[in-house]
Unconditional design. Structure first.
Length: 145
């Protein structure tokens, strides 16, 4: 993918996956930069899912501010509040999973294969709502019926 670190020099890396690097821009936002063609696909999938989702679902997806260079990077709001390890929030997450499904989204990686929350992909907004910060593996089909 070339020199991905150069334009982000001096920015703090807060996450490294097999497909993307996440930088803290220091202004309340993060920048996800693709490392591979699959990272570009993940960025594109997040943009399409975010823009195509109903508002009732979109509010649970990390807000995308901008993107560029043919999906090689996207800027999103940074959410810092950790997802609580409580029964109440587990139940809220299961309901959210169903809401995604009902709205034509297969929400991969918010639950583990054992059905437990995937804590690294979720945070809370200031109002306590669950927000998914990594939805690059979601599948968007559109609403049924």
């Amino acid at each position: 993918m070339g020199k991905i670190r150069e334009p982000n020099k001096g920015k703090k890396i807060i996450g490294i996956g097999s497909r993307r690097i996440v930088y803290d821009l220091g202004n309340g936002n993060v920048k996800k930069v693709a490392k591979t063609k699959y990272g570009v696909l993940s960025n594109r999938r997040e943009i399409v899912t975010y823009r195509s989702s109903a508002p009732s679902v979109r509010k649970h997806l990390a807000k995308i501010i901008e993107s560029g260079d043919e999906y090689k990077w996207i800027t999103m709001i940074r959410y810092n509040r950790e997802f609580p390890k409580t029964k109440e929030y587990h139940q809220k997450l299961y309901r959210l999973w169903g809401k995604f499904r009902k709205n034509g989204i297969t929400p991969y990686e918010i639950l583990t294969r054992q059905g437990r929350p995937n804590y690294q992909n979720m945070r809370l907004k200031q109002n306590g709502e669950i927000v998914v910060i990594d939805y690059g593996n979601f599948r968007f089909r559109g609403k049924k019926g």
